[in-house]
Design a protein around this ligand. Structure first.
Ligand SMILES: [Zn+2]
Ligand SMILES: [Zn+2]
Length: 166
């Protein structure tokens, strides 16, 4: 008898979805079992993507586009290249359920960012990022916050940014 990893972690449902702890399949990125309320199937990739992997996916996509930035080994996010997205809009087109969260929070985070990333670790990272990478990271933080992802399920680099941001 399998259970939904995200239900057991107390993670909020994806907007408009219902959680029921009955797995519909395994996440193509991390392999955990996830229920209908905690995973979306990407119609183009033909793959199921759990909600825990979405902030990680957006973070990895942001970092890969910031090739001028040297990402420290402990900040790497391991996601296969064919899963990454190039823009936030491209991601939302395949997963529109996340759009309300992103619309509501991302712009606010982008506006507060210059004031909060002012220490050795986060400031050079943030200030050298291209605008689309910043949008992807802000959306990752917004989704992780709204779904109440436990810090242990958030990539280290995003967790460090969120600690200053939220
Ligand atoms: Zn679930
Ligand atoms: Zn996953």
């Amino acid at each position: 008898m399998s259970h939904c990893y995200l239900c057991n972690r107390g993670i909020n449902a994806i907007p408009t979805r219902e959680i029921d702890n009955r797995p519909v399949g395994a996440c193509a990125i991390c392999g955990v079992f996830a229920c209908e309320g905690h995973a979306l199937r990407d119609a183009n990739l033909r793959k199921l993507r759990c909600a825990v992997c979405v902030p990680a996916l957006l973070t990895a996509s942001a970092l890969v586009q910031s090739d001028r930035i040297r990402v420290r080994p402990e900040h790497q996010v391991a996601i296969a290249n064919d899963q990454l997205v190039s823009t936030l809009d491209e991601f939302l087109a395949t997963a529109p359920e996340y759009a309300p969260i992103v619309r509501e929070l991302t712009q606010g985070l982008l506006e507060t960012a210059p004031k909060v990333f002012t220490d050795d670790l986060t400031e050079p990272l943030w200030s050298s990022m291209p605008p689309e990478s910043r949008r992807l990271l802000a959306a990752a933080a917004a989704i992780a916050k709204e779904l109440h992802l436990p810090p242990s399920d958030v990539p280290v680099i995003l967790e460090e940014l969120m600690r200053r941001w939220l």
